[in-house]
Design a protein around this ligand. Structure first.
Ligand code: ATP
Length: 298
């Protein structure tokens, strides 16, 4: 049912994805990206996908396949070797406040309080705003991540989870057209991670924010994403190098109003999870030959 040759519901082989995406309008259009750090040996090639406004897309793949490089290109912090990124009809050619980025390290300024850290970003985004307007805006977004009591604390006085919440509040506060998240919960313990995942999902659903997120956590992707891009690593077979790329796009068939605690009760959850895990375990290297489908439904 979930084999590459006979894709199950929601699974689209890469070649078909490329055709479909080229014709898709898409709020974000990523077309033919490749990146070579060593000439003639691109880390990935032919990366083509689109994201609709209000869509949450996760990308999963093994270490080194190029996820962060792609995110940096979308953020305008790096340039692809080939290909284009168009967001809302304009080519992404450098960093900009219409894209909010959250990295694993929260990147807060340690000498500023929570309020000042976020105000700094808000003032950059809206330089004409009066202090009272900036302050009201900051307080609204700090309340959204449940940190009102910590407004005037410095980062050193906060836990890792609280700091990450501040980073998320700051990214949302500039009301970006698109949020780019690079493993934002990677350094958090399981309990805090779960709580912030729930919070993020609530905020994203209520603000209809468009999100591109890197994760290594299959359940996190299933909880949050409308679609999951499965990315393969570049690999050498019989002396021939194949670059990595988007091997499959998986459409999440679970109801959008899902919760972390109820996820494993939903019909289709285990099929989806097994499919993604199977990709990571046995099919995540470029140029791999898919094994024959197993079982009657394959
Ligand atoms: N500035 C650079 N110079 C040379 N090689 C680089 C550079 N940046 C990244 N790479 C290489 O490109 C490949 C992709 O790196 P990238 O960080 O995008 O992978 P990733 O999929 O995000 O990995 P991880 O999951 O470990 O964060 C890696 O092999 C990395 O070593």
């Amino acid at each position: 049912m979930w084999s590459e040759r006979e894709p199950g519901p929601g699974v689209v082989p890469a070649a078909r994805v490329a055709q479909k995406e080229a014709a898709m309008p898409g709020f974000l259009k990523v077309d033919g990206l490749s990146k070579s750090f060593i000439a003639g040996k691109p880390v990935f090639a032919d990366v083509t996908f689109a994201i609709d406004r209000g869509e949450f897309v996760c990308i999963i793949g093994h270490s080194g396949c190029g996820k962060t490089t792609i995110l940096n290109v979308l953020a305008g912090l790096d340039r692809a070797t080939t290909g284009t990124v168009i967001m809302d009809g304009r080519e992404v050619a450098g960093p900009g406040l219409e894209r909010g980025v959250v990295f694993q390290g929260h990147a807060l300024m340690p000498w500023l309080s929570v309020r000042q850290n976020i105000a700094f970003a808000v003032e950059s985004r809206w330089p004409d705003w009066k202090p009272a307007q900036v302050n009201a805006h900051v307080e609204k977004f700090v309340a959204m991540v449940g940190l009102t009591a910590a407004l005037d604390k410095k980062p050193a006085q906060l836990s890792g989870g609280m700091k990450q919440r501040v980073g998320i509040a700051r990214a949302f506060a500039i009301q970006p057209k698109m949020l780019l998240l690079d493993e934002p919960f990677g350094a958090l313990d399981a309990l805090t991670r779960g709580t912030i995942q729930d919070e993020l999902m609530g905020i994203v659903r209520s603000t209809r924010q468009t999100v591109f997120m890197i994760t290594h956590d299959v359940d996190e992707a299933i909880l949050l994403a409308d679609r999951v891009l499965l990315m393969s690593n570049g690999a050498e077979h019989d002396g021939t190098y194949s670059p990595g790329g988007i091997a499959e796009v998986v459409i999440n068939p679970l109801p959008r109003e899902r919760t972390r605690s109820g996820l494993h009760h939903l019909p289709g959850y285990y099929d989806l999870r097994n499919h993604i895990v199977d990709f990571l375990v046995s099919r995540a290297h470029a140029g791999h030959q898919p094994s024959p489908p197993q079982g009657a439904n394959a």
